[in-house]
Design a protein around this ligand. Structure first.
Ligand SMILES: [Zn+2]
Length: 392
């Protein structure tokens, strides 16, 4: 005989799932933050949390001693039970594999990186990621039976919801790791995942709508709209590096012409400096000399920042984000770079109120893609799978 939960129980279950989903997506939160985010009444929320703590699904955490003063006593937070399960985030970039193992309560348990040949095929890339995971699991004694989900960041166009991926190699990598670890897998573009990492834990955590740009040899990015990462209909959302800046410019491997990426990637800027008689060794040298005020280097970098600002001003007008985060080595140039981006947006963006938009350095460096893969995998973990079993 099937027992139907009555209406009150169904409502209670919905509230509990909403609360667990918030803790899954955002990590440890105070009760006050949970009331704001779930819209539940104080009485209901305290009651549900008490129940989940009794069942061991949720734990209380004492405030960390941060040394911050003047804001009163920091609140106790609650989080999912760290021992309830694991999440693995992988960034399979062209020459580096990064793996991060996290608890469901957003505590990083292990992290590792390994070089991979740019020529390695999909099977070798997946196997190299699996080998790195095996090493981290052994070293940190992770019980993979409690693995909930794996997130995978890859370069290039990744389309479709859930595990649907566009390229054949991306599909192979996804399938191989799903079979190897018997876990749900979500795949996305690694720059876009870095946008999700910034939105979950980083520079844009405090806004619902944000733009992230990665300014490195690849210029990519991601759009967060109403707290959600936007993939687009063809997996191309956020591909800011392939906006045409010069319609008569050089052909780009993407099939376009005069793309932003060709004009502002660090290697191109290093070359421009050399052509103008100023030797620059590499990207780090480029940033250092720009910060030090070498006139030609600074002019080259500022011109590139102006081009980025021009493209971003279009994004700002179309999406009206609360904040823009810029990652990658050029953002290390700080205000030398970001002030020019800010000034260009201020000059071009209409309407007026968009001109003062905050442009900030991203929090995450090379780990952004893997952290975003953790965030995407956390969101893949169904809230109802986090629920305690119904009492006997
Ligand atoms: Zn292009």
């Amino acid at each position: 005989m099937i027992e139907r939960p009555d209406a009150m129980q169904r409502v209670r279950r919905t509230h509990t799932e909403a609360l667990l989903a918030q803790l899954r997506d955002a990590g440890p939160l105070s009760r006050a933050e949970l009331i704001r985010l779930t819209g539940l009444s104080r009485t209901t929320l305290f009651d549900i949390i008490g129940d989940l703590i009794t069942r061991g699904m949720v734990v209380e955490r004492e405030p960390e001693a941060t040394g911050q003063r003047g804001r009163g006593r920091p609140s106790t937070t609650v989080s999912l039970n760290p021992s309830a399960g694991w999440i693995i985030g992988i960034d399979l970039a062209r020459t580096t594999i990064t793996v991060i193992i996290s608890t469901l309560s957003h505590d990083i348990l292990a992290r590792g990186t390994r070089a991979i040949a740019v020529s390695a095929n999909a099977a070798r890339r997946a196997d190299a990621a699996a080998a790195l995971i095996d090493d981290l699991v052994a070293e940190h004694q992770v019980d993979l039976r409690a693995l909930q989900a794996i997130g995978i960041g890859l370069p290039g166009l990744i389309a479709g919801p859930g595990d649907a991926v566009s390229s054949k190699s991306a599909q192979q990598i996804s399938d191989r790791l799903r079979q190897r670890f018997d876990a749900a897998v979500v795949t996305d573009n690694n720059s876009r995942l870095a946008a999700l990492a910034e939105s979950t834990w980083g520079a844009t955590r405090d806004v619902h709508d944000a733009v992230y740009v990665l300014w490195s040899e690849g210029v990519g990015g991601g759009l967060i709209v109403d707290g959600q990462l936007v993939r687009g209909a063809h997996g191309a959302a956020g591909e800011i590096g392939h906006v045409t800046v010069d319609p008569h410019g050089d052909p780009c491997p993407c099939g376009g012409q005069g793309c932003l990426e060709l004009l502002i990637r660090p290697a191109a800027l290093v070359e421009q400096c050399r052509q103008r008689g100023v030797p620059v060794a590499d990207t780090a040298g480029l940033v250092a000399q720009a910060v030090a005020g070498e006139p030609v280097v600074r002019e080259v970098v500022e011109h590139a920042a102006t081009l980025l600002g021009q493209v971003l001003s279009g994004t700002v007008v179309q999406f009206d984000p609360g904040k823009i985060a810029v990652g990658g080595p050029l953002a290390q140039g700080g205000d030398i770079v970001l002030d020019r981006v800010r000034a260009t947006i201020a000059h071009l963006a209409i309407p007026h109120h968009l001109r003062g938009i905050e442009v900030v350095p991203a929090r995450f460096g090379d780990e952004g893609g893997a952290m975003g893969a953790v965030a995407a995998a956390l969101r893949l973990t169904a809230a109802d799978s986090l629920l305690p079993a119904a009492p006997g």
